[in-house]
Write a protein that binds this ligand. Structure first.
Ligand code: KIV
Length: 272
């Protein structure tokens, strides 16, 4: 069991900002279904992200772009039912907020009303400012996402580290400050140089949550399937695997198949 769960109070966006202020690191992990969300929450996770990475790890797509608003709501509803303590943040999927700010607000409202999640996450900086502001003005907490923003993979053309050049780093710093100024409660920094993430984190009062952004961020996020070793085909340098569930599952399933084939299962005690 986790040693970090003494404080059983519900995690809120305000508490995350307090955690940053007192130097307590924030742990965030993705989840997409009730059972895993319940286990992750019970272990003491601070933030559970219903990521559009569901497109990759749940639906088998190559990118996050195919994910629909209805699919995100389905996953978010299942996750929320399993969570008591963690803050639940849901990704606004590609195409649900970039078009115009009214559409963005309608998408965010659907997520909040139908899933009962507590916040949304949106990829981008100045390009989506109007949409972020409109959603915030409706009382919906927004987490930003800068650096490698997977919904823009077709623009980037690669999943390589972002903001290594000065111009992109300067824009990222300006975007981070702008997101804080307009009222975001936190920002994911994905795959950027550690020195840049540290600088941005120090310049903000709101927490940064890094993925491939080094130890200077105020918290860390990983995709659950990657860190549990369910999805072994993805091994970037930033990923630490905490379990080898693909081997555990393969062994268990092979054992079951063998027991069925040899009529070992079910035995006399396992029947009525
Ligand atoms: O969709 C997702 O899982 C994410 C994380 C990688 C931050 O956005």
């Amino acid at each position: 069991m986790s040693t970090y769960t003494e404080d059983q109070r519900k995690v809120t966006t305000h508490r995350l900002i307090e955690m940053k202020a007192r130097g307590e690191k924030i742990a965030m992990l993705t989840a997409y279904d009730y059972s895993m969300a319940k286990l992750i929450d019970e272990a003491g996770m601070d933030v559970i992200l219903v990521g559009d990475s569901a497109s990759n790890v749940m639906a088998g797509n190559i990118t996050t772009l195919p994910m629909t608003l209805d699919q995100m709501i389905y996953h978010a509803k299942s996750v929320v039912k399993g969570v008591k303590r963690a803050l639940v943040v849901v990704d606004l999927p590609f195409g649900s907020y970039q078009g115009n700010s009214k559409e963005a607000l309608a998408s965010a409202i659907r997520i909040m009303k139908e899933s009962h999640a507590e916040a949304v996450k949106m990829e981008g900086g100045s390009e989506i400012r109007e949409s972020v502001e409109r959603i915030l003005s409706a009382g919906i907490p927004v987490m930003g996402h800068l650096g490698l923003t997977p919904q823009s993979i077709n623009k980037f053309g690669t999943y390589a580290v972002r903001a290594k050049e000065e111009a992109e780093a300067e824009k990222l710093k300006a975007d981070a400050l702008m997101l804080q100024e307009i009222g975001c409660f936190g920002i994911v920094l994905e795959k950027i140089p550690a020195s840049l993430a540290t600088e941005v984190s120090k310049s903000l009062d709101i927490p940064t949550i890094g993925i491939g952004a080094g130890g200077g961020a105020d918290g860390q996020v990983l995709v659950m399937h990657d860190m549990l070793g369910i999805n072994k085909g993805f091994s970037p340098r930033f990923l630490r695997r905490y379990a080898d569930l693909s081997t555990v599952i393969n062994d268990a399933v092979s054992h079951y198949i063998s027991d069925v084939k040899t009529s070992d299962f079910p035995n006399e005690k396992e029947q009525y």
